[in-house]
Design a protein around this ligand. Sequence first.
Ligand code: PRX
Length: 651
Amino acid sequence: MSAGSGQAIESVLKEGRSFPPPADFAAQANVTPTHYDEMWRRAKDDPEGFWGEQAENLHWFKKWDTVLQGGFADARWFAGGKLNASYNCLDRHLDSWRKNKAAIVWEGEPGDTRVLRYQDLHREVCKFANVLKSLGVKTGDRVTLYMPMIPELAIAMLACARIGAPHSIIFGGFSADAIADRNNDAQSKLVVTADAGWRRGKQIELKGKVDESLQRSTSVQKVVVVRRTGADVDMKPDRDYWWHELMEGASTDCDAESLDAEHPLYILYTSGSTGKPKGVLHTTGGYLLGTTMTTRWVFDLKDNDTYWCTADIGWVTGHSYIVYGPLSNGATTLMYEGAPNWPDEGRFWQIVEKYGVNIFYTAPTAIRAFIKWGDAWPGKYDLTSLRLLGTVGEPINPEAWMWYHRTIGQERCPIVDTWWQTETGAIMISPLPGVTATKPGSCTKPLPGVVPDIVTESGESLPDNQGGLLVMRQPWPSMLRTLWGDHERFVETYLSKIEGCYFAGDGARRDEDGYYWVMGRVDDVLNVAGHRLSTMELESALVSHPGVAEAAVVGYPHDLKGEGICCFVTLKTGEGGEELKKELIDHVRTQIGAIATPDQIRFAASVPKTRSGKIMRRLLRDIAAGKETIGDTTTLEDYGVLAKLREESEG
Ligand code: PRX
């Protein structure tokens, strides 16, 4: 999709179905229609007053002086206020009956399980915070977490938050090079990892990748290793330490640091259309407020719920809706280590039955896989505990929505289609399950305090039902504050495109009922299985192969992944064949990680470009998508012809 010409984006999706909240759900919901109207009005008339009132839901060591200072580029929320995210997620629950409530219910892929009560989690976090201190980590130092989905990951996050050392979590599928780049950018002092993790019955190496990455990142002084699978690892003396050995002697006594509301909580790297990955920075007070309140509003969390978000903590969804949001609310959050199809395609539904999951939050890409695997899998299990379903990561196609509604929700559970981003920190546009009538494929309406708009390239608001650029007109507490080490790029990427607004990078339209329909990214960022990948990074990875002269990467519609990765590759010499294709695929996997595995490699004599030298992605996208429907009949020479034709018609 391109918004390049300044014209409105054409929206082709028309969807007429609407599903009001079931009466019994609405009757017990955290947010009722009256409550919602009040919040909405309050937020509109006095945003700062509204957010100040909401912030009373957190525990502050010292109350703030002002709710908001500055604008998008220099926002300071709750300036003068002091708090600690780990204290809010743990300590404040210990004075109540929640002390003995399950905080994390964990299931490993092989079927092993662990339950950590709030009291247990608090003790582990205090111990690990002391371990970090003993290894020289101080408030403000960055700590990288490259770990499988095991409780130690949540423990490490909260330990970092406890001492004010921002964590930088790198998804366990990323390669050694990707780790090194991120460590260098963040100047991480310490890495926490594991020997390996389980995925589809296989061990995914982690420590070995960290070792490799450390050859290129000199800031890292120490490595802590969790023994998860028992895989063989090299332990370098005076650098590498076993988690269990360090924890054995650690004290359970560790006060939570009293931190400024704007103290950095974490960096999370995400893809941009150009340049290296962007280190999105979230700070303490605003982020925690956003995740705490949206968890309560959108997921309708109650104390007796078992809540399961299936994301990996390596992505923002896991940060906000496995760890910080649920724990700050004193909820029981379920964490699963492995794949949805291991040992078979019924695993998720078996977990739902086993733990009596009430709230289930997943991604459209997973839903499409479930559909493909067939109704028999969910049919084998008792899903009657479910009361609310959610989705996030990309637009959900209405038929997938309907399948989710019928087959998993059994026409009983509301679906919350939540639109947000790594940068927004928390859900921005979403139904409230007791209030909003849902329409399949729409993330419906903004939450209270969120002020989106649909605009043209020159920033004019568009009327209903015209596609345009999705922007935010007002700052919100959980927004990113900067890109780590590159404030200019932050301003340039998000704040310069549409004057006075935050530009999300998505195209969308608003319908006559005020419902938002997100159409996808307008830049060259791919959305593969709900995760953003930069075409530029993929291209650099390809070009770093000695045989490759030039590469252009585009997305194309893919049944399961949303977008597939198609790489057009020009070789320095020779033709290229199946073997080289395999080699290039492996090369990209080594450079970036399995998440970026190309679906198609096409050798081209040259990559079509405009006269100014810009790769003609729109054309390549058509070609990549065409292969799906018409078969691979187009020859590479035709691309050149097509490109020429396009140049001529533009010129
Ligand atoms: O394009 C939108 C899409 O995912 C992008 C954000 O990606 P990321 O930062 O990786 O975070 C994903 C999880 C929050 C958005 O710019 N997106 C996310 N949720 C939705 C969505 N598109 C449509 N509908 C959604 N519910």
